[in-house]
Each structure stands twice: as structure tokens, then as C-alpha cells.
Design a protein around this ligand. Structure first.
Ligand code: ADP
Ligand code: MG
Length: 224
């Protein structure tokens, strides 16, 4: 037997990124990030999100949650759309996290022509208006700044297919609940929604009931 075919077989069944049936440009982005093997949370979350289901994922900080929601987002959108407008939105509790997620997203999507736009406090609104008018596919934002744009310009996201609430426990702890509700009102209700968190406070349980549609609950904090 040709030894290369054994290798191939082994790879396909190893539970690696290549067994997920991802677009090859997405796979190239993953390897550019130097991710060779998915982390445990990625292994559980990726197949469910790739099926199009809503997910609430809970795992401790540093477990690789960013990749678990960005990879399906980029795979779902595929390439830039000149006509449709924003199709993916990631909301994070802080400016630093937003900027870091945007950096990850740009590397993951670097073999696609998807356009990523960042909206955070401390940047000029003018520049953000300009970026918004250049037809981004993905917005990565803090809730306050995103809502500011919505209120200033009447922006809506009726074509949004994928919404992420990153560090949802922190979003609620920082008192962004009302802002999140206001944002949800202008986002398509047929979207896929992902919520990731390190903890599950009571307020978040309530929010998940409102913001997610029959979510799969994936928790790595519980020993099975
Ligand atoms: P979390 O959001 O759960 O706190 P991150 O997504 O920020 O975790 O990931 C923590 C660190 O681990 C980051 O530096 C990230 O690039 C790295 N990482 C995540 N997934 C992988 C992977 N599959 N292979 C190698 N490094 C990874
Ligand atoms: Mg994180």
C-alpha cells in the first residue's frame, strides 16, 4: 500500500480542521493563524455552528472560543458581497477585545475578499462612517459604539445572517443589556446567533432565551 494513502486516511479521521469540510480558503486562514489542531471547545462548537444552529458555548478564558465562532462565520459568508451589506456582526464588551477579534478575523479571512469593519470608542466617527459606507461584510464592535451609529444614521441589519455575542457575561456585567436589546431590534430575526461566555449568571440565562433560537448548549465547565 502506498504509505501516503495511510497518512491521508489518518488525517481525515483525526478530528482536525480538515475533516470539517471547510472552504479551502478558510482552511488556509486557519493554518496562517498557526492553528493545526482544534481545541476541545472548537471541536465541539464548530460542527454545530457549521450546521447553522444557534449555540451558547461556555468554556474558560484561553480555551479558543474566538476561533470557534469566527471560522464558521467566515465559512458561511465565503466572499465579499457588493449588494447585500453587513452579513456578520460580532459584539464584544471592550475596545481591546474588539480590536483583537478584528485582528484574528482579518488573518482567518485573509484568503477571502471579505471586508471587516471595526466600530469602537476612541476612533473617529467620521472614519467609521466612511468605513461603513464601503460595504463591509463583517462588523466587529462594542455595543455602545454600534448603537451610536444605529441612532445617528438609522442603520439597520436586515441582511445579517450571523450574530456573535462574545464574552456575554461581561457584556451584561458592564450593563449593556439595554443596548443589546436595542441592537437586536434592528438585526434580522432569521439570523444564526452565537453566544460565548466563561460563566453563566442568571441575567445571561434570561438573555439567551430572548436572543437565541433553540440553542445547543455546549459547556466545557462540567465534567462528564
Ligand atoms: P478565549 O476566547 O476562549 O479566551 P482565544 O480564542 O482568545 O480564547 O484563544 C486563546 C489563545 O489560544 C489565542 O492566542 C489563540 O490564538 C490560541 N488558540 C486558539 N485556538 C487555537 C488552536 N486551535 N491552535 C493553536 N492556538 C490556538
Ligand atoms: Mg474570548
Amino acid at each position: 500500500m502506498d504509505p501516503r494513502s495511510i497518512n491521508k486516511k489518518k488525517k481525515k479521521h483525526s478530528g482536525g480542521f480538515q475533516s470539517l469540510n471547510l472552504n479551502k480558503n478558510v482552511l488556509k486562514g486557519i493554518y496562517k493563524m498557526r492553528y493545526n489542531v482544534p481545541t476541545p471547545i472548537q471541536r465541539k462548537v464548530l460542527p454545530v455552528l457549521l450546521e447553522g444552529k444557534d449555540v451558547f458555548a461556555m468554556a474558560k478564558t484561553g480555551s479558543g472560543k474566538t476561533g470557534s465562532f469566527l471560522i464558521p462565520l467566515i465559512n458561511k459568508l465565503g466572499s465579499h458581497s457588493q449588494k447585500v451589506g453587513v452579513r456578520g456582526i460580532v459584539i464584544s464588551p471592550t475596545r481591546d477585545l474588539t480590536l483583537q477579534t478584528a485582528r484574528f478575523c482579518r488573518v482567518f479571512s485573509s484568503f477571502t475578499d471579505l471586508r471587516v469593519c471595526v466600530l469602537v470608542g476612541g476612533q473617529s466617527m467620521e472614519e467609521e462612517f466612511h468605513a461603513l459606507s464601503s460595504n463591509p461584510d463583517i462588523l466587529i464592535a462594542t455595543p455602545g459604539r454600534l448603537l451610536h451609529h444605529i441612532n445617528e444614521t438609522g442603520l439597520t441589519f436586515r441582511s445579517c445572517q450571523y450574530l456573535v455575542l462574545d464574552e456575554a457575561d461581561q457584556l451584561l456585567e458592564k450593563g449593556f443589556q439595554q443596548q443589546l436589546m436595542d441592537i437586536l431590534r434592528v438585526v434580522s430575526t432569521t439570523r444564526q446567533t452565537v453566544c460565548v461566555s466563561a460563566t453563566l449568571p442568571k441575567l445571561l440565562v434570561e438573555f439567551i432565551k430572548i436572543g437565541l433560537n433553540e440553542p445547543q448548549i455546549i459547556r466545557l465547565d462540567i465534567e462528564h
